[in-house]
Design a protein around this ligand. Structure first.
Ligand SMILES: Cc1cc2nc3c(=O)[nH]c(=O)nc-3n(C[C@H](O)[C@H](O)[C@H](O)COP(=O)(O)OP(=O)(O)OC[C@H]3O[C@@H](n4cnc5c(N)ncnc54)[C@H](O)[C@@H]3O)c2cc1C
Length: 318
């Protein structure tokens, strides 16, 4: 007979791992984590730079951890090790390189569809985040300079003239870090970095004061042009400037196609859910960044995982 999982979780980021581990700790067995990348936590692996400081209070959000996962401030590397350890300590099956395409509610169970295979599960939690598709600018990017337009710092080397676009924690961290080896400017449509957490606000203020980072604040970008292979940035109120590279750190998008293909209602850029994170489909939940219009935090995802685990435990009819 085909195996029926008690719980299938789509996406092995912090929210997915927390849902799995907290559910295990509540006594649930037969839990599977389905991850499209080659390992868990692809957002952290891809978007965090080496040795990045990882703050529990991201975006200045104060979050008390409710569950049994004791996450603390650290670095990219200690955070990944931490998630490795908690996955190993709890018997959760992690399947990698399986991209879930849709979830279908059958009479008693859900069918979770991936390329070439499907699995059955009693409960499903979708924790696929928002960074599968990072936000892109609304203006056209000339194809000839597309390689110079990035959404992570992976391609950066040194002695480049780089423009970072954005004003949140990620943009600030990218700008400060890159300024050690590059000539960096940061462009943000607002006048200050109030969305960033206090540490990052201090770091960017110091970098600007020491002229390591050049601020272009309160200014919008109208478009980009090819300037002999460099990126010419057309600003709204100041003269155009050319850069070797432009990095957009302006968040991610709602995975609307995925939600629609699974029948999950979306409103105002977020999946609709009740106070228990259950969607319009009974037994199908959402957690983590996907529930937040402008992204959440690791701590928030951990708390969602705990809340869902408690809810399922308290309401399971079998
Ligand atoms: C540059 C940067 C720096 C940050 N720094 C911090 C920080 O210091 N502290 C902090 O608390 N937060 C930080 N954040 C935010 C934090 O990373 C997110 O809030 C957190 O990762 C969200 O967790 P999640 O589990 O909801 O989603 P994600 O971490 O995005 O995980 C989603 C997972 O789902 C997988 N997936 C996607 N689609 C599918 C599919 N169809 N099938 C199967 N798997 C799929 C993805 O590959 C991924 O592994 C930062 C974010 C960025 C971009």
């Amino acid at each position: 007979m085909e195996k029926i999982y008690e719980l299938a979780i789509v996406g092995a980021g912090p929210a997915g791992i927390a849902t799995a581990v907290e559910s295990y700790l509540q006594g649930m067995r037969d839990i599977v984590l389905l991850e499209k990348d080659t390992n868990h936590n692809s957002t952290i692996r891809k978007y965090y730079k080496e040795n990045k400081r990882v703050d529990l209070e991201w975006k200045g959000q104060k979050v008390e951890l409710n569950g049994r996962i004791h996450f603390i401030d650290g670095t990219k590397e200690t955070t990944l090790d931490f998630f490795d350890e908690i996955l190993q300590e709890h018997l959760v099956e992690l399947q990698t390189q399986v991209e879930v395409q849709s979830i279908e509610k059958k009479e008693k169970y859900f069918e979770v569809h991936m390329a070439g295979k499907s699995i059955l599960a009693k409960y499903v939690v979708v924790t696929i985040g928002r960074m599968g598709k990072p936000n892109k600018p609304s203006y056209k990017i000339p194809p000839s300079i597309r390689k110079k337009i990035n959404y992570t710092t992976d391609k950066c080397s040194q002695d480049e003239k780089i423009l970072v676009v954005g004003g949140g924690d990620s943009a600030v961290e990218y700008a400060v870090d890159l300024s050690e080896k590059n000539d960096v400017a940061i462009c943000y449509r607002r006048e200050s970095f109030r969305r960033a957490n206090p540490t990052n606000q201090q770091n960017i203020a110091d970098a600007i004061a020491q002229q390591d980072v050049r601020p272009i604040l309160g200014i919008n970008i109208n478009g980009l042009e090819d300037d002999n292979g460099r990126v010419k940035v057309l600003f709204s109120e100041v003269e155009a400037q050319s850069f070797d590279r432009v990095i957009y750190a302006i968040g991610g998008t709602t995975p609307s196609t995925f939600l629609a293909s699974s029948g999950i209602e979306e409103r105002d850029g977020k999946p609709v859910h009740n106070e228990n994170y259950e969607t319009n489909i009974k037994g199908l939940f959402v957690a983590g960044d996907i529930t937040q219009e402008s992204g959440g935090s690791i701590a928030l995802g951990l708390n969602h995982g705990y809340d869902i685990a408690c809810y399922i435990k308290g309401n399971d009819e079998d």
